[in-house]
Design a protein around this ligand. Structure first.
Ligand code: FAD
Length: 480
């Protein structure tokens, strides 16, 4: 085996912040593709999760890691203000467990969500459990807190150095050479590494450099829907205003609201809607009319004044899905997390899949003794099609969450799934379960669902044939 211990690893993107800044930026409306410029208070949502976690794994194996992060250190900033949360599930938890972070993050600082709570227009509730047999839950976790824990954990390894305010502006991925803009001084600095890990998010510079290489395929899709983040305050006596152990959904066909509980008994929610709907919500009158019509129960919980203030605080954000292949360049560069497979957020798998990337990378390091000439191609081979599969699943789940969940046919299918899963839990694994509570590859999750659909269709046909045959025999006998 090649002697490769102690390589120099550069991780681009990994020490993130949630920065609030006044920025000029271009805003696209998808209904008419009119490009407008807006000056506004924009909250930069990107974080750093995947890069900081990768730093822990590489350092644990004895490599020398330097993390270069474009933004400043969020631990130095004011932590007050609205919290944004993420749903963490099995894939993410497994990765955290491998670096001893699961206990701190999940057991002590997350809120468990045992199922979806559906809210209809009349305020009626319907709970759909994620797992009626084994009681598996997903966990709502504060994004800022998660980032702080990951940064602290990475910095505890003597072999990890985190450089903030360093923006990758160019790289020779074959030679491991990089150029960074020092955001504070405005100067360009050179750096070198044996392996460059691009964990620099959906708008990755590392991936952009890869797109210029032959045989690199890349598809980027903006969906015609955007989102606005809103928070629901704690209720009376500082208790949750709704059930604190559910992911709440207000499905309304073309659009929906969701909200996740926080440790401080507030909820963080999002309105997801097509831009042509969001564009009509330009005034407080229009906004309140819209909420009164579609989400009256939620409006009561948020309050009119708070809703108006939060809604107009920032522009609706866009949602992007990215597929590319391969994820590596030779033995010197690799992209992971959103850089490799940014997806729409409806399966709550973006971060989880990114964490699983890191776990897979670690498993390959174990298998190939950190020989990156073998690891990187294997990673692409195992992960690219899976990355595409979870991007497709995330798109599908938007339709399920905003529309299908209210349909009788869908609920019947869920019911059949529930019955079969109860009696044969090891053979009949519903799609949602396999994505959130197993490490089955995303492609297998889809294949498994297709197999289940086939079985149910065949049974339906057999049942139909049985009924028709029965009727025919009955009619034949009664006419004799
Ligand atoms: P990022 O978090 O984007 O981090 C990239 C880092 O790279 C940033 O810190 C950035 O500053 C830095 N960077 C960028 N360019 C450069 C450069 N040129 N040089 C140096 N540094 C650079 N996922 C879930 O699993 N569960 C959820 O519930 C969930 N909910 C979501 C809700 C919404 C509304 C959205 C939009 C996403 C959600 N996601 C969820 C997805 C999740 O947020 C992302 O998948 C995850 O944050 C990706 O992490 P990352 O580290 O790959 O990228």
């Amino acid at each position: 085996m090649a002697e490769v211990e102690g390589k120099r690893i550069a991780i681009v993107g990994g020490g993130l912040v949630r920065e609030i800044a006044l920025k000029e930026y271009k805003f696209f409306t998808f209904s008419n593709l009119v490009q407008r410029k807006r000056r506004e208070k924009r909250e930069l949502l990107s974080s750093l999760q995947v890069g900081a976690l990768a730093a822990c794994f590489f350092a644990k194996r004895g490599h020398q890691v330097v993390v270069y992060e474009y933004r400043s250190d969020l631990r130095m900033e004011d932590s007050s203000g609205q919290s944004i949360n993420l749903a963490l599930s099995f894939r993410g938890r497994e990765a955290l467990r491998a670096v001893d972070l699961e206990d701190t993050l999940v057991k002590q600082n997350a809120t468990s969500m045992r199922g979806r709570m559906l809210h209809d227009k009349n305020g009626n509730l319907k709970e759909v459990l994620y797992d009626n047999v084994k009681g598996n839950c997903i966990y709502s976790i504060n994004r800022r807190y998660l980032n702080v824990i990951l940064l602290d954990a990475a910095e505890k390894y003597p072999k990890v150095q985190i450089n903030f305010n360093k923006k990758l502006v160019d790289a020779n991925l074959d030679k491991g050479k990089m150029k960074f803009l020092n955001v504070k001084t405005g100067t360009i600095e050179d750096a070198e590494a044996d392996l460059i890990i691009g964990a620099d998010g959906a708008y990755s510079k590392v991936r952009k450099i890869m797109t210029k290489r032959p045989l690199f395929n890349y598809i980027q899709t903006y969906i015609e829907h955007g989102y606005v983040e809103l928070s629901v305050p704690a209720g009376k006596n500082n208790e949750f205003a709704m059930s604190g152990n559910n992911l709440h959904i207000w499905p309304r066909g073309e659009f929906m609201m969701t909200s996740l509980p926080n440790k401080d008994r507030t909820f963080t929610g999002n309105l997801f809607a097509p831009f042509h709907v969001l564009e009509k919500l330009k005034t407080s009158v229009a906004l309140l009319k819209f909420y009164n019509k579609h989400f009256p129960d939620l409006l009561r919980l948020i309050g009119e004044q708070r809703l108006v203030q939060q809604f107009f605080e920032r522009e609706p954000q866009t949602l992007i899905s990215i597929k590319c292949k391969p994820y590596h360049v030779g033995k010197t560069a690799l992209i992971i997390g959103d850089a490799a497979h940014a997806m729409v957020p409806f399966y709550a798998q973006g971060m989880n899949a990114g964490f699983e990337d890191v776990l897979l990378l670690d498993e390959l390091m174990e298998c190939y003794n950190s020989d990156f000439a073998k690891i990187l191609p294997k990673f692409s081979e195992l992960r690219c099609d899976d990355g595409h599969a979870i991007c497709d699943l995330a798109m599908y789940n938007y339709l399920e969450m905003r529309d299908l969940v209210m349909r009788k046919s869908f609920l019947l299918r869920k019911f059949v799934d529930k019955i079969l899963y109860t009696f044969i839990p090891n053979s009949w694994i519903p799609l949602y379960f396999s994505v959130h509570f197993t490490r089955m590859s995303f492609r297998e999750c889809i294949a498994h669902k297709e197999w289940q659909d086939k079985v149910l269709r065949m049974n339906l046909w057999c049942f139909g044939i049985f009924i028709v045959a029965g009727l025919a025999i009955f009619l034949a006998q009664s006419t004799i």
